[in-house]
Structures are given as C-alpha cells and as structure tokens.
Write a protein that binds this ligand. Structure first.
Ligand SMILES: [Zn+2]
Length: 138
C-alpha cells in the first residue's frame, strides 16, 4: 500500500512539472505574440531613394546575403553586399566605396537604425512592418 501511495505521489509530481512547463511555454508564446503585434522588423534596402528589396528580419530562418549587383545598377562602384545575420544584425561588408564609411556602421538590428552609403546611393534601414507589400527574399 505504501508503494502505491508513493507511486501516485510521483505521478502527481510529474503532472505539476508538466503543468509548470506548459505555463512557461505559453507565457513565452504570449510574449512573442506581443512582440509581433508591435510589427516585425523590416530590412528596407534602397538604391537612389527607391526601395529595391524588403526583407522581414523577424521571420528570417537563417543568415543570408543580399547582393545589389553592379550589372543591374551601373552607378554602383561595385557589387554591394548586405549581410544579414540573425544573431548579430545587418551590416554591409567588402564594399567598393571611396570612403568605406558605410562599413564602419557595423551591425545594426534595431528599428529606426540605418546604414548609409552616399557614394553608392544605398541606404539599408530597419523599419516597422507597414502595409506596403513585403517581398520575402530567401
Ligand atoms: Zn560606402
């Protein structure tokens, strides 16, 4: 009889543990939902004041590289590489640029931040999700 009692007690313990896990998981989901309701971060890549790509940063599943090619945009000094890292943020790297100021911005990841390359006419900014169509790249 004593054995039975301790077995029941263990199952009850496990049920409480499962309940605790469920509560913590659901609170994480609620926090994530609230973050999303404020709007995802959209990486807006502009060339000469025209948006050429919008990437939903918060829905990105893996790191990616977006290259603005000189063959498509002849006024560029060279191919323009935007590196998007889920952990680190967004940066421009290995840019053919007379002053390399753009590369000195380093990584940006917060809404309202932007990287500007005046010589190449490129702006990479992180914005709030808007009603505009978001083109999913990658
Ligand atoms: Zn530059």
């Amino acid at each position: 009889m004593k054995n039975n009692f301790s077995l029941k007690f263990n199952i009850f313990d496990i049920l409480i543990a499962i309940l605790a896990i469920l509560i913590s998981v659901s609170s994480i989901i609620i926090v994530n939902y609230k973050a999303n309701s404020n709007g995802d971060r959209i990486i807006n890549i502009q060339y000469q004041n025209t948006s050429i790509a919008k990437i939903n940063y918060d829905e990105l599943k893996e790191d990616m590289v977006y290259v603005i090619k000189k063959e498509d945009y002849p006024d560029l000094y060279g191919d323009f590489t935007v590196e998007i890292s889920i952990d680190k943020g967004v940066r421009v790297h290995n840019i053919t640029c007379p002053n390399h100021t753009c590369e000195k911005y380093g990584y940006i990841s917060k809404k309202g931040k932007s990287i500007v390359c005046i010589p190449n006419g490129v702006i990479v900014s992180i914005e709030s999700e808007s009603i505009d169509d978001v083109i999913s790249v990658g």
